[in-house]
Ligand binder design. Structure first.
Ligand code: GRG
Length: 295
């Protein structure tokens, strides 16, 4: 099966589960459900849930449906972060996933709450999943996911990213931002999938390293696309980093050197996935697909 066909099957299945987990109880707060659903069903590659499912498969997990709460929770966390990142107080963007940003449609107050709602729903979904499915490793996986999104992970990356606007920063600071803002959720996805499959600590460490390398390649490609990408394909404005005077790999090293960094980081990830033999094929192809993307 071609990678795109494979990905579309996974995306459909993830979307069906997200529908089940975000349920409007038709009470007074209906608008929050409209706002949450607007952004989570606005498209998106569903990369983080796909990574959880794929690493679970890779490490011998046998009941994919039972880990859907964790996969979908990761997408809820990611979508919350996009809604908040687009707010006027942060990056102040008008388009995301090809549609007006959440605050443009629902107002800033509701967009903040939609993000809060999605973040909380992620934990409600995982806890319900853990109780229902009795996976002995569920708590461990939730800890990894929670840490990746918090003040030792994505929030930390966002803090330093915001503080670094209008400044020239050094490579170490840029690596800190990229690792925490972007790679942390990818690392956590691959680790959580492995943990839920009952992998041993050496295998979980390998997933961590692969996630770091994939995450860095993914973010540097994002930096590149912010300069040379096509707005229609990306579903958002380009030159956003320049507008906010952010340092990126492209501003620090130029386009050509940035492309070499993407290639080197992605090769590291691919080698780790390939070390699992044929079972690693999907993740090798996914890595290639992501770093060659123009969307
Ligand atoms: C608000 C705490 C907080 C964090 C925000 C996600 C984020 C951190 C900022 C968004 C801007 C950005 C460039 C983030 C880096 C990660 C990234 C490339 C996000 C876009 O992810 P994709 O390409 O998006 O997977 P889709 O729409 O496909 O899900």
């Amino acid at each position: 099966m071609e990678i795109l066909e494979h990905l579309n099957i996974k995306i459909d299945s993830i979307n069906n589960y997200i529908e089940k987990y975000i349920v409007d109880n038709n009470s007074y707060q209906t608008r929050i459900f409209d706002a949450m659903k607007y952004s989570i069903f606005a498209g998106g590659k569903r990369l983080r849930p796909i990574l959880i499912l794929s690493s679970y498969d890779l490490l011998g997990g046998e009941d994919t449906n039972s880990i859907m709460p964790f996969a979908c929770a990761m997408e809820m966390i990611h979508t919350y972060s996009l809604i908040h990142d687009d707010l006027p107080a942060m990056d102040d963007d008008d388009y995301r996933r090809g549609k007006l940003t959440n605050h443009k449609v629902f107002g800033e107050d509701m967009a903040i709450l939609a993000g809060d709602g999605l973040l909380n729903s992620a934990f409600e979904t995982m806890i319900s999943g853990a109780i229902e499915n009795k996976n002995p490793n569920a708590l461990k996986a939730m800890k990894v996911i929670a840490e990746s999104a918090g003040v030792y992970g994505m929030v930390a990356g966002q803090v330093v990213d915001l503080e670094s606007e209008h400044k020239k920063i050094d490579k170490e600071t840029l690596l800190f931002i990229h690792q925490n803002k972007t790679a942390a959720l990818l690392q956590a996805s691959l680790k959580a999938g492995a943990i839920l499959a009952g992998a041993n600590s050496a295998q979980v460490e390998l997933m961590d390293l692969a996630g770091y390398n994939l995450g860095m390649a993914f973010q540097i490609q994002d930096d590149i696309l912010d300069v040379i990408g096509d707005e229609k394909r990306l579903g958002k404005a380009i030159n956003s980093d320049a507008k906010n005077q952010k340092s990126t790999f492209v501003s620090l090293y130029g386009l050509e050197k940035s492309k070499v960094y993407v290639e080197n980081y992605s090769k590291e990830a691919e080698q780790i996935f390939a070390s699992f033999g044929e079972n690693g094929d999907f993740l090798v192809k996914l890595t290639r697909h992501l770093v060659k993307r123009n969307f």
